[in-house]
Design a binder for this molecule. Sequence first.
Ligand SMILES: Cc1ncc(C[n+]2csc(CCOP(=O)(O)OP(=O)(O)O)c2C)c(N)n1
Length: 538
Amino acid sequence: MLSNRLDYIAALFQEADILHWFISPGSRNAPIVAALLRNGHFQLHSFPDERACAFAAMGHALLERHPAAFLCTSGSALANAYPAVLESYYQRVPLLIVSADRPANRIDQWDGQTIRQQDFFGSYSRGSFQIDVRHDSENIISKGLYDCIRAAITKIPGPAHVNLALSEPIYEGVHQLPEKTIEVPAFMYAAPPFEPVFTESLKPYIQGKKVALLIGQHPKSPLLNSILNILQEHLPLFADVTSLQLTVGFDAWDWKIYGRDIPDELAPDLIITMGMGLISKPMKEALIRWKPQHLHVGLHAEIGDPFQTEPQAWICHEADFVGALFELYTNEAIPHTSKLYKEQWQTFLEAQPLEISQLDPPFAEEATFVRAVFSHLNEDCHLHLGNSMTVRYGSWAGKTRAHVFSNRGVSGIDGCLSTAIGDALANPTRHVIAILGDVSSVYDSNALWTDFPPNFHVFILNNSGGRIFDFIKGPNALPELRPFIHTPRYFDFQKMAEFYTLTYAKRTFGVAMAEADTLLSIDNTYQIIELIPSDLPN
Ligand SMILES: Cc1ncc(C[n+]2csc(CCOP(=O)(O)OP(=O)(O)O)c2C)c(N)n1
């Protein structure tokens, strides 16, 4: 019976610890939902919009680095998960996509809600497995499913896709509880072993060299953080706003290099990088110009070349590497120039002549607000920054104890709100705040079409359009381009809040900062807070 097979598959998911499910509605996936409910060990969240739903699943997986599952029906429903799949691929977040499908012989026969779903995400999924639920043996199913889940977590984390083909009658046995305890094979996976880092092999790279360390977008790592904390006095350390290492390194360094030429004397001989992409454009441009020797440290050989420096991958645990660096820098017998080099950077950074408040409107107020949020929040808070200007304000804001996230894998504006809601659902005791622009908020507003978590608050920087296009100049130089690029339009977010039955407040930035204690608290009763420039009426 089909339901027995689905009970078996649910038991496999349970054994593999895939316990959180983000579900969009449909008839073909309904028997799968029924099996999850019969099993009784899963937490299910409903998001009718598949795009938002898949991003929410990714947001849930962000911190634990363990997959949450997105489940949808067949047809175009699956295609709506594509943006989240791309983001989780490039951000390296494990995400399990589970789709219901028709049997292979019903594809391309002019049936509704039917597309070619097998291996739908192609090279963007780390694993892909097709199951004929009624006919495949339990052995084939358990092996294929476990391999697919392992692919999402073991090597490079990312999306994996399980496509469940269900043949009629799909509701067969849907009301029947499993007759007996379901036995499934144990789910096992092992992280690949890594070589220790020998200080001797590192010595020639750093001896007598100006070395700088740069951490791009990175998963949370308290161990790395504690070693960086003691290493930072020995060399210049630049932590990106999405590095989850924002308590270490130069404070607000991206702001301090904003609008300035970085002198060539500050060029490193060797740049060591960890993590992935970096927000700071001036730093990227300087490194592209300087072309230092480049070591990229991490667990994976698959690395990018953002500075066109042809980096060498040093495959190891980052904390081991940083520990070895620390050993070398504290060894008196080895001559080092990096401490002096760090002081030169420090002197340069401290001489930034521009204050954030001197930026043009609306950037000055918005950036000042984000900076205030950074210094206000503590380590209990997760802060999600929308793409566009918000994440740049974050990059200028400097240190914070909060954990800062942003969808910088592909930098789309399409799932910033959904990702944050998924994070909020992962742990109801954690305060989660999203700050994003008005265009991004409207774009992803279907994220709000769910049971809104009480530990979540949204701050919308309403500047009536995509103001980033004023900031980066160029796109708005031709007035006739403006309606199509800047897309100026005033949205009344009170109406959006009412539509989704959420509590709402509007504040100018000045008032919001004066009320920061209340507005930034987990007990804030307003779920949507719209922020407008102080020279507009409140
Ligand atoms: C899915 C997607 N479509 C288009 C873009 C291009 N884009 C980048 S920023 C932006 C405007 C965002 O405006 P808003 O959210 O109001 O933020 P602001 O620019 O005012 O900071 C657009 C359309 C994108 N990043 N992602």
